[in-house]
Ligand binder design. Structure first.
Ligand SMILES: C[S@@+](CC[C@H](N)C(=O)[O-])C[C@H]1O[C@@H](n2cnc3c(N)ncnc32)[C@H](O)[C@@H]1O
Length: 210
């Protein structure tokens, strides 16, 4: 993934991160070896920090893969908190379950295999945090659902909103790029959210529910 900042500064940002738990570090190694697109430790810490800032107890995650970001959420909500893992791939879910057990957070995570948008549509409650990391052509549809599923003062976080800089290509025919561009425009126009984008890794949008 292309970095938005000087390569040396980017490397430095990762060098100065404190060590993670052994389970998270093993998942980072697996992700690197097997090319699994996880948020990584710098963004993982951002997720954790936002959850702590609003004392989040419930997180609904859309697009969880092997559960790396899920574990950051689970650590942040603490005992008694609830994190919803969703992924379309059963194999990912089984692998994630193993990591959740090793990390001692399995009891606070609910695993859903299937379409994350359908899973969210079935929920009637509002969450403290909604995290969006599904396939990018679905970002506009996720946006349209989000406000109904996050409590006022809660957060809607979305990964990859700068898409390695491809969001600047105004005539792109790529469905993922277009999905993210449409998502960012919807966020800009929305009266439901106060949003910022942090250009860390691939760009993280953080929106507060108004
Ligand atoms: C970028 S990865 C998620 C990485 C994860 N959030 C992390 O940082 O550790 C996206 C995952 O979402 C899953 N996915 C994509 N679209 C989905 C959908 N509509 N419903 C459920 N899972 C989806 C893919 O199978 C993939 O494993």
């Amino acid at each position: 993934m292309k970095s938005f900042m000087d390569e040396k500064v980017d490397a430095y940002l990762y060098e100065i991160l404190p060590p993670r738990t052994p389970v998270l570090e093993e998942m980072e190694r697996q992700a690197k070896q097997r090319d699994i697109p996880i948020v990584g430790p710098a963004v993982g810490r951002v997720l954790y920090q936002y959850a702590k800032l609003i004392d989040a107890k419930t997180v609904f995650e859309m697009g969880s893969a092997i559960g790396y970001s899920t574990i950051w959420w689970a650590m942040a909500v603490g005992e008694g908190g609830r994190v919803y893992y969703t992924d379309g791939d059963e194999k990912n879910a089984r692998e994630a379950e193993g990591y959740f057990r090793q990390a001692g957070v399995l009891d606070r995570i609910e695993i859903h295999v299937g379409d994350a948008l359908e899973a969210l549509a079935k929920r009637s409650e509002q969450f403290d945090i909604l995290f969006n990391d599904v396939d990018k052509h679905d970002y506009p549809r996720v946006f349209d659902m989000a406000a109904a599923h996050v409590r006022k003062g809660g957060l809607f976080l979305t990964d990859n909103v700068l898409w390695s800089g491809r969001v600047t290509e105004s005539n792109s025919q790529d469905k993922y790029t277009r999905g993210i561009q449409e998502f960012n425009q919807k966020m800009k126009a929305s009266k439901d959210w106060f949003a910022t984008i942090t250009p860390l890794r691939d760009g993280v949008a953080v929106a507060t529910r108004l």
